[in-house]
Design a protein around this ligand. Structure first.
Ligand SMILES: C[S@@+](CC[C@H](N)C(=O)[O-])C[C@H]1O[C@@H](n2cnc3c(N)ncnc32)[C@H](O)[C@@H]1O
Length: 209
């Protein structure tokens, strides 16, 4: 939790309290259902919570906007982002029911009012969103195919609605190349944002059809 406070010193007491609860909640859930790999559970604050929050270092969702977390698993990056942006509406979706239930329980336990969950394949959703966030789910061309219908055609602070994906930097470059002219992409290396070794090979990718 100290690492979170190092990079996000302006969190309010509610956010600190909510984030502080995540370690114990996930340790408990992981003993029943494997939502986080066993070796990662000890490093949950850097590898999952801070990793999820990294997006807020380069982009701020506007209050009232709608965000879908595609393939949220146990709630990453959706739960930490929902804590950071309490006035943004998050829908956390996964095709596997037991993961969705864990996510729902964690959101309820920390008192998040801005989170809904749904068991569904993302490509079957009918709702519209301003942004899609996602980590460790699919390659960029696939993500664009799955979501372009559900991303509404708007701009926020000059940034058109689109996808924010957390990825390894080498893969992100390859996948952006594979997209070619089918979408506009931008890659933000995380080693410029955080000192921890974990982030050296990671990046945030923005993609817009
Ligand atoms: C490797 S896990 C990553 C989970 C989480 N995003 C994380 O980073 O911890 C990938 C998740 O994506 C889900 N998934 C894959 N394809 C999906 C789709 N088309 N729609 C919804 N969920 C999907 C899987 O069920 C799985 O829970």
């Amino acid at each position: 939790m100290n690492t979170i406070l190092k990079y996000f010193p302006d969190l309010n007491p509610t956010q600190i309290d909510q984030l502080s609860q995540l370690g114990a909640l996930y340790a408990d859930w992981n003993s029943k259902i494997n939502v986080i790999s066993r070796k990662d559970i000890d490093n949950i604050y850097v590898r999952h919570v801070l990793h999820s929050m990294s997006l807020a270092k380069i982009f701020q969702f506007k209050d009232g906007s709608k965000v879908m977390d595609l393939g949220t698993g146990g709630g990453f990056p959706g739960i930490p982002l929902a804590i950071l942006f309490p006035n943004v509406d998050f829908l956390l979706v996964d095709s596997i029911g037991k993961k969705v239930r864990v996510t729902e329980e964690v959101a309820r336990a920390v008192g998040l009012k801005n989170v809904r969950t749904q068991q569904i394949r993302a490509e079957e959703l009918k709702e519209k969103f301003d942004f899609v966030v996602t980590r460790a789910v699919a390659v960029l061309p696939q993500l664009v195919r799955w979501t372009h219908r559900v991303i509404s055609d708007k701009h926020q602070h000059g940034t058109p609605n689109g996808i924010w994906a957390l990825k390894g930097i080498d893969r992100a470059k390859e996948e952006a190349k594979a997209l070619g002219n089918n979408a506009y992409t931008e890659i933000y290396p995380m080693k410029e944002l955080f000192e921890e070794e974990f982030f050296e090979t990671k990046c945030i990718v923005y993609a817009q059809k």
